[in-house]
Design a protein around this ligand. Structure first.
Ligand SMILES: [Fe+2]
Length: 403
């Protein structure tokens, strides 16, 4: 499956960030073709998911007439021999609620659906902020939720059926919570539109909206981005600075000598001011962005794929040192001890010499890792060091297109 990019959804990102981001909605018709939209999520895939006992009920919600339905209405408690009691979704009860007009949502879709995880990756990269995904499955002709706004930026991807959207001008001032509105409060919508499969709609933070399914079952995925404001970012910066041991002390604030405590506070404020002044803004920006990207539930690893591709090492395959730390010990009887990722192994001195040389950059062909030895032996050693993560391909392996 092709990786997702923000551009695929919003078009030219320069014009998105200058004209729409945080300011006004963007409607992009046919951003994805119908099959690409279904690659993200299809109704058929939801049938598969509802049948998966491993998808915990907490991920699934049902709402009817704008109100949440208690999970007791569609779950049961099971006890497997030797395990604790667990709650599981009962597909037939979910279907019954859906047939009677309930909207079914899957929260944190990217926790269990790879395509959503891949999409989140693109958003996390672009916004350096926590990203969430929710799937909304609405029966034909039904309102999903009452008009409301969410305290996040929302990107809606319609994947099946159609949905009618009404959108209103955001109220002045940012509210940090979700708010439901009555029809009188909102008046006439500023935008009224029907989304078809592949259409993308961006709603800036706090934009009031309401959605209803058309004549068919409707499925859309909402990607939400919880941007951090200056208040959040500066708090993170100060938190990091005051983690230093210079701020370890415990002043006595309740004593008879408040002047003494005030003098100590003056010193601490001066120290914090100096530390803030010494910060390199460029480096701090990168650190804050990294922290935003590395929240729980984001990212993915491809270790199985990496290991599967290693079987294809040829004698010519160029390899370099990875960023994995390796401790190279002393030589003993022609073999050198290496410590890596909790493993200890002894390698011929020739390999240790090559590894030392690679510490400063450059690459080596797999067949030349161990000089003066048979090529097959060298390649085998290269494969085991690559498997351990000590070496990595210096160029993309030839057969690496599978995802
Ligand atoms: Fe919403």
């Amino acid at each position: 499956m092709k990786d997702w990019t923000l551009e695929e959804l919003v078009g030219d990102t320069t014009s998105f960030f200058s004209q729409h981001f945080g300011e006004r909605p963007l409607l992009r018709r046919g951003a994805l073709d119908a099959s690409r939209a279904r690659e993200l999520l299809s109704v058929r895939r939801l049938d598969d998911l509802v049948a998966m006992e491993a998808v915990r009920p907490a991920y699934l919600r049902v709402a009817r007439n704008g109100q949440g339905v208690s999970s007791k209405a569609y779950t049961r408690v099971v006890s497997e021999p030797g395990t604790a009691l667990t709650e599981t979704v009962v597909p037939e009860q979910v279907y019954e609620l859906f047939r009677s007009g309930g909207t079914v949502t899957w929260n944190y879709l990217h926790h269990f659906l790879p395509s959503a995880r891949h999409l989140v990756e693109a958003f996390t990269r672009a916004f350096a902020a926590p990203v969430d995904t929710v799937a909304f499955l609405t029966p034909a002709g039904r309102d999903g939720y009452a008009a409301h706004h969410d305290p996040v930026d929302v990107f809606v991807v319609q994947t099946e059926g159609t949905k009618d959207w009404r959108i209103w001008q955001p109220p002045a001032g940012r509210r940090s919570d979700s708010i439901t509105y009555s029809a009188e409060q909102l008046g006439e919508p500023t935008l009224q539109t029907t989304l078809h499969p592949g259409d993308v709609l961006y709603l800036p933070y706090g934009t009031p909206h309401a959605a209803a399914a058309g004549e068919q079952v409707s499925l859309h995925v909402s990607v939400t981005v919880a941007l951090r404001g200056w208040r959040d970012l500066l708090r993170e910066t100060v938190d990091t600075l005051v983690a230093d041991e210079a701020f370890d002390g415990f002043p006595h604030l309740g004593g008879d000598n408040p002047e003494q405590a005030a003098a100590a506070l003056t010193e601490m404020i001066a120290l914090l001011r100096d530390r803030l002044a010494a910060l390199a803004p460029a480096a701090e920006t990168v650190r804050l962005a990294d922290a935003g990207r590395n929240h729980g539930g984001a990212g993915r690893t491809r270790e199985f794929q990496r290991l599967a591709e290693l079987a294809q090492l040829t004698p010519e395959a160029p390899l370099r040192r990875s960023s994995v730390p390796v401790e190279i010990g002393p030589s003993d009887g022609g073999r050198t001890r290496l410590s890596v990722n909790g493993h200890t192994l002894a390698v011929p001195d020739g390999i240790a010499r090559t590894l030392r040389r690679l510490e400063t950059g450059g690459s080596v062909a797999a067949g030349e890792l161990l000089k003066d030895a048979a090529v097959t032996r060298s390649v085998r050693a290269a494969e085991s060091l690559t498997r351990l993560g000590v070496l990595e391909p210096a160029a993309a392996p030839a057969k690496s297109t599978a995802r």
